[in-house]
Structures are given as C-alpha cells and as structure tokens.
Design a protein around this ligand. Structure first.
Ligand SMILES: Cc1cc2nc3c(=O)[nH]c(=O)nc-3n(C[C@H](O)[C@H](O)[C@H](O)COP(=O)(O)O)c2cc1C
Length: 369
C-alpha cells in the first residue's frame, strides 16, 4: 500500500470506540423494510459492506417511534419485536465482520404529507407549519408539548438502540427534515424558546442530544448529522458567517454530541473562500470533536444528479481525500453510492485494485443488496 493511503486505513479511537480505519458507510434509505421490519437480506446487505472493509456503518434512516416520523414507504423502525430481532441480527453480522454500527434516527418533519402510511390522517409535523421558504402553512405546527414528547421519543429510541447492541446513534439533523427545519431560520418562525436566535433554533436538537446522552451509557455514542443545504433549497444555510457557524457547532458540542457528521454534496468544496477546509473541517477546527465528512468520494457526479435523472457515474481519483485526511482536516470519511455499487470498495483501494471498482448507476439500485 502506498504511503498516502496510510491515514485512510489507520485505526481511529472515537473516545473509546475503536474503529479499524477511517471509512464510514453513509446512511442510505433503501425502502426494503415493509411494515418497518428490515427484510431478510438486510443482514447480508450490511455485513457485505463490513466484510468489504468499512470501519463504521451508519444505517439507513430509521423512523423514530412517533406517529408522524415516516415520509417514505417501507422504511425501517424500532417498534415491533420482529423489527428489533432483525436489527439484532444485522448488528451481530456487522460486528462479526469487525465493523461498528450506528443507527440513524430520523423524523421526516414536513416532508411527510397527508395520505401517507401508516396513518394517512396524520400530517407532517413542523416548527411553524411551513415546509419551504416563502411557502404557505401547509403542515401541522408543533406545540411545546409535541416538542417535549419528541425529545423523549428520540432519547427512548437511543436507549432501545443501545439495548439492541448498536455502538451509537446518529441523530438525523440534516437535509431539510424535522430537526433541520428547526435550524432553518426561514421556515422556523416560532416565537417561543425554540425559534428566533440560533441558540433557540438549535435547542430542539441540543435537548435531543443531551436527553439521549443522559439515558444511555457513557460508552454509547450520540452524534448528529447536519448540513447547510436543504432538499428544498441547495443554497440554504444554517449560518453563513464563521462566527455564526462556530456558535452553532459549539452549541451541539455543549449539548454533549460525541461526533459531528457534516453533509456536503462534494467533499472537496471549502466552506469559506479564505480557508481551504470543508464543513467537517471547520466543525473539527472549532470544536475538536470527531468529525465525519462526505460527498462524492470516488465518483464524478454528486448524488443529487442521481435523483435528477442523470444517474450513471464514473469512478474518480481520490488524491484530494488522501491530502485532506493527511492534513487532519477531518477524522472520518463517509461514502454513499460507491458502497452500494461496490461493497468491496475499501478492500479494493487498500489492495491497489482501483481499476476494478464498480461505479454507481441508479438503474441497478434495486440489485445493490
Ligand atoms: C439512495 C440514497 C439514500 C439516502 N438516504 C439517506 C438517509 O436515509 N439519511 C441521510 O442522512 N442521507 C441519505 N442519503 C445521503 C447520503 O448519506 C450521502 O450523504 C450522499 O449520497 C452523498 O454521498 P455520496 O456522494 O458518496 O453518495 C442518501 C443518498 C442516497 C444515494
């Protein structure tokens, strides 16, 4: 193995959780869990990526145990005994293959629409009834009681994850779903302690993190995934100044987050024009917390093109990734699509078999199991 790859394959200790390398499988919704239960091939799906050399797996978004968390069909949850049994099986298979696994806890917020399962009468839950900027009130506006109930549900689900054997949870606070809707000034118009200033808009997430930490053991990791971009607006930002963003990251740190996963569409893009580090780099610089970067690693197109109909990709050089890791810009790197099309990506990179990596093509997505 050549020297520039050493850091990618070096072990990482996330405050006691020992990962064999810096490679993370990004959370990816697969819609193969009818009635919330991961199907029979899910344990093999995850264990193949572990056997392929991934150090840490973050599961697909798992709907938290709330009546309005679902926004897509056939996504998994933690509610039934069958579902819990399947998660235990998945966790065991992943651990047997020397990887760790975090569960991504997800509430779709206003992305949920009336008519969706499980109960079509339940609307999308949002901070202020809005789903996009300048839009009309089209969704349910959460009360203070709803907020308190949801904080408790997240914490209870984190506890369930610990009992099932997960190594941690990643709270999904990115991409314009419920928690990100609280962060987002343009659609969080609340006038109570959960809207207004950045501190207030981050309070829902902070209380979810601190309550989840309180109810789980010290060794169980509770982190959060955040993004500046929203699926409703790729140019949206939670904070655009260095000071504002530093303040935001410090609030999450003070809440007790064990790691920050900063979602970019292209990992090589800098967050600010005068500093050559990306969002995850800035999170690490400000907080010193373990930070995870992501976005088009090893591929020539970002994932939004996939959903825009331009779904064929080619593999791409990752020398910039080696440089960033060697500079300690961030600690871990997550990969999405390339691990769907090629579960053996990590081992192939390690063994110098780059030319045999299979690029992602959405046309085959159902076969990526
Ligand atoms: C099929 C698919 C499903 C995804 N589902 C989720 C999800 O459940 N939770 C999440 O935070 N991000 C989700 N994402 C975003 C990925 O985690 C990742 O950030 C994105 O694909 C960029 O990484 P990539 O360029 O390596 O694919 C999904 C992406 C894809 C392609």
């Amino acid at each position: 193995m050549n020297d520039q790859k050493n850091m990618l394959f070096s072990a990482y200790n996330m405050n006691g959780l020992k990962l064999r390398n810096r490679i993370v499988m990004a959370p990816m919704t697969r819609e193969f869990s009818p009635n919330g239960v991961p199907n029979d091939y899910a344990p093999t799906y995850y264990s193949k990526r572990a056997a392929g050399g991934v150090g840490l797996i973050i599961t697909e978004g798992v709907e938290i145990s709330h009546k309005a968390s679902s926004g897509y069909p056939n996504c998994p949850n933690l509610q039934s005994e069958q579902s819990k049994k399947m998660w235990e099986k998945i966790i065991n298979e992943v651990h047997k293959n020397h990887s760790s696994i975090f569960c991504q806890l997800w509430h779709c917020g206003g992305v949920r629409k009336l008519g969706m399962p499980p109960d079509p009468k339940i609307p999308g839950f949002t901070p202020s009834g809005l789903v996009k900027e300048g839009g009309k009130k089209v969704a349910y506006e959460m009360t203070l009681e709803d907020i308190q109930e949801l904080i408790q549900i997240y914490a209870n689900d984190a506890k369930i994850c610990q009992e099932l054997g997960f190594d941690g949870v990643e709270i999904h606070g990115a991409h314009g779903y419920l928690i990100d809707q609280f962060f987002w000034e343009q659609i969080n118009l609340r006038e109570d302690n959960y809207g207004g200033s950045l501190e207030n808009r981050a309070r829902f997430a902070s209380e979810i993190i601190s309550n989840s930490k309180q109810i789980t053991s010290d060794s169980f990791k509770v982190g959060i995934r955040i993004s500046q971009w929203k699926q409703q607006n790729y140019d949206a930002k939670i904070a655009s100044s260095k000071k504002g963003l530093a303040n935001f990251f410090n609030i999450l740190k003070d809440a007790g987050a064990d790691f920050l996963h900063c979602s970019n569409r292209r990992y090589w893009e800098n967050e600010f024009s005068d500093e050559s580090i990306n969002l995850a780099g800035y999170a690490k610089k400000i907080t010193g917390l373990p930070s995870i970067s992501v976005g088009s690693v090893g591929l020539n197109k970002d994932f939004t093109k996939t959903f825009g109909g331009d779904h064929e990709t080619q593999t791409a050089d990752i020398s910039t990734l080696y440089k960033k890791l060697n500079n300690n810009e961030f600690d871990l790197i997550a990969l999405g699509r390339i691990l769907l099309s090629d579960p053996n990506w990590a081992n192939k990179i390690k063994d110098g078999k780059e030319s045999s990596i299979v690029p992602y093509d959405k046309s085959f997505a159902e076969n990526y199991i």
